[in-house]
Design a protein around this ligand. Structure first.
Ligand code: NAD
Length: 339
């Protein structure tokens, strides 16, 4: 790859948290120069990039055409996502401006799958409430009634790396697992997972867990029509991307009592909230405030990926992706066939 006179050794990180610095500094075995910015990448902050051919971004950085144009003008050549999803990157624009895009596709599917199950167990058995209760010397069980997961039907939408790992966990609990994906997986079928259509997933599942990417086909997959088809008291878990859920319809479903439980690790407007301490601020987003007011809603702030193993692999694979592009002009982990 021809990088002209620019430093091909320098990587500018955006949306950096303290743990990013720890892991990327620890695993910087190729000796890159690392420039960490706490701010999100967007059209205003792109101006911070100086003499740098590589930009490393995360889930809520804005990498639209306006930003990509600025990156190209600054001679940036590589956009390295340190995450799996790439819905925040305009891949057509990256192609147009000749920027390569790489990502970390399967750094720890188990981390996300295990968090999805943790959300199910918490919502069902109310361990978060029990924890607070006994600390106040309230040993009553009233209001903590759960249900057996054994024998329940779990519907999985998207059976890629994470969906597959989650299916194995659900089978381990003795659940019946049904799944929808644009491509059925014969290996999973051998394990007893039944692939079916989306309508059947909505109608027959006690618990629905979302593991497909956010794109034009999947945006607002969980909408008013879908919720109408679902069982009363259905549990919906979203550890994938916020835009899969039409928030207003889900709030309606919760108010009507149709949705019995909601666990979300991602939220459509999360870029204004997540990964920050806003405990002293007045939150302007009324939808998230309404969601958090329900006793049967559990919100975590995009932490499903957050394990030691995952952060280690994210750092190692990101550096390896960049090195492959610089040395071999090869993309190991393409964001899509476009780039
Ligand atoms: P993957 O690419 O391995 O799997 C995605 C699956 O979704 C594929 O099997 C694909 O065929 C399927 N799919 C695509 N379009 C579909 C559609 N219209 N309907 C149904 N299925 C469809 O991805 P993965 O590694 O399993 O990750 C899944 C998603 O999880 C990512 O897109 C990302 O948004 C999210 N994620 C979240 C976190 C977190 O911390 N919360 C961490 C990693 C990934």
């Amino acid at each position: 790859m021809d990088l002209g006179s620019l430093s091909e050794n320098k990587v500018a990180f955006f949306s950096t948290q303290p743990y990013d610095k720890t892991f990327f500094n620890k695993y910087n075995e190729f000796g890159f120069e690392l420039d960490f910015f706490e701010t999100q990448l967007n059209p205003q902050t792109a101006t911070l990039i100086q003499e740098c051919a590589i930009v490393c971004v995360f889930v809520n950085d804005i990498v639209n055409e306006a930003v990509i144009k600025q990156l190209a003008e600054k001679n940036v050549k590589i956009i390295a996502l340190r995450c799996a999803g790439f819905n925040n990157v305009d891949l057509e624009a990256a192609k147009k401006y000749n920027l390569k895009v790489c990502r970390v596709p399967a750094y720890s599917p188990q981390a996300v799958a295990e968090h999805a199950m943790a959300m199910i167990l918490t919502l069902n058995r109310k361990t978060h409430k029990a924890y607070n209760r006994v600390r106040e010397q309230n040993f009553s069980l009233n209001g903590l009634l759960g249900f057996d997961l054994f024998g329940k039907t779990i519907g999985i939408i998207g059976t890629g790396n994470i969906g597959k790992a989650f299916a194995k966990i659900a089978l381990g609990f003795g659940c019946k697992v049904i799944a929808y994906d644009i491509i059925a997986d014969p290996e999973m079928e051998k394990d007893g997972i039944v692939f079916t259509d989306l309508k059947t997933i909505f109608k027959e599942s006690d618990i629905i867990s979302l593991h497909c990417p956010l794109n034009e086909q999947t945006k607002h997959l969980i909408n008013k029509n879908a919720i109408t088809l679902m069982k009363n008291q259905v549990m919906i878990i979203n550890t994938s991307r916020g835009g899969l859920i039409e928030t207003a319809s889900v709030i309606e479903g919760l108010k009507e009592g149709k949705i019995g439980y909601l666990g979300i690790d991602v939220y459509e407007q999360e870029e204004k909230l997540f990964f920050r301490d806003l405990s002293a601020d007045i939150i302007q987003d009324d939808a998230i405030q309404r969601l958090m007011s329900f006793p049967n809603v559990l919100v975590t702030a995009h932490q499903a990926f957050f394990t030691n193993e995952a952060l280690t692999r994210i750092a190692l694979v990101t550096f390896d992706n960049i090195k492959s592009l610089l040395v071999e002009n090869d993309i190991k982990n393409k964001a899509a066939s476009l780039v």
